[in-house]
Design a protein around this ligand. Sequence first.
Ligand code: PLP
Length: 405
Amino acid sequence: MQNFVTPFSREFAQELLAIYGSPLYVYDGNILRETINHITQSIAYPHKQFQFATVTNGNVSLLQIFRQCEWGLHANTPGDAFLGLKAGFYPGKIVYSGSNLNAKEFAELLDWGVTTFNLDCVAQLQLFCDIYIDKFAEKSTEETKPKLGLRLNLPELTGDSRIGVRPEEFSEVIKITNSVGLKLSSLHFYRGTGTNSTKAFTQVIEPILGICQLLPDWEYLDFGGGFGYPYHHNGVAFDWQTFGRELTAAIEKLDKKIQLIIEPGRAAIAGSGKLLTKVISVKWQEDKQIVGVDTTVANLSVPSVHGGYREIVSFLEVNKSDLYLTDVCGNTTYSRDYLGKNCQLPSLKEGDILAILDTGAYGYVMSSHFLHRPRPAEILLEKNQHRLIRQREDYNILLNGQIFS
Ligand SMILES: Cc1ncc(COP(=O)(O)O)c(C=O)c1O
């Protein structure tokens, strides 16, 4: 048998494609809920809040699952917050941690009722405080008063990153914040996306807690996102239990009670998504199978553009000895239009179905109209049912906003 697990039966894949068309993003609500519960339960510390990083997937129906599981939302941009509000999140449950907003965008977030902001640099903090004092301070109450935090930049902890403020800048920032009647109450740490090593997180807990003590009004620690996902199915998985145990132990040793925020994106949603695609053509170049499918790098950019691996499986039952070195190519002649290179797949024929696994994060959200192919539909499997959660686009989408003279 093929050594990979197919997400469901071939008959079911055929049924889904017959109803919704191909290619098709399929999300499994049960897997998503199980993953959310696993992550939530791994951190015993009681004063915690999980914020799903919307940057990884902005489908409102999926965001609603996070809301039902009592997670909040992490917004990288005002667009992330906009989607969160449309999904029914209370604005106080949205944490903004991003970079380089202009004055209009900060005012938008404040207008929408977002109250927690982790800012990237002194200039962003100054701009935020100017807007707050100019337009919002007068009407703000104890409940709506913004809670401000700083994103940390310290190469020995955050690696080589453009984001964040160095500890030697803290006193300047505190002065600016206090001058408009606000407090700097949070420190935000971000390890960088796709970090599979658990130790990379656990070994920085104590130093980060030490740096937090430099903020006189410290109340929150936002430990960010970046937690990895094992795309190679025999690969190393991030160990949530160990991370949760060590983080809880370290925070409980503190002599004050702080609020903990965690912003997982990829780790929470990657495994619940698959992209189904049909084989269009097969040819052989010596011993290598070249398979053309009905999706493209523009529908799923990570494998080819960003060098990320995504496992591709067929629904054919064959022995391991009947697998061939295979390139899976998109339906354009763009030279980088590959969904997978050097995959191990059985001998395929036109009409066979392939599933590209673990595409729940940085999948649809990074798709584009490059190559002028409309985007696939998205569906959700839940409680033994399936339903459309985003329409398939048609060619009219390519004319959106264009002005004919
Ligand atoms: C501040 C912040 N938190 C969380 C995330 C989510 O990262 P990941 O999907 O690696 O968990 C991002 C990604 O851009 C981010 O910038």
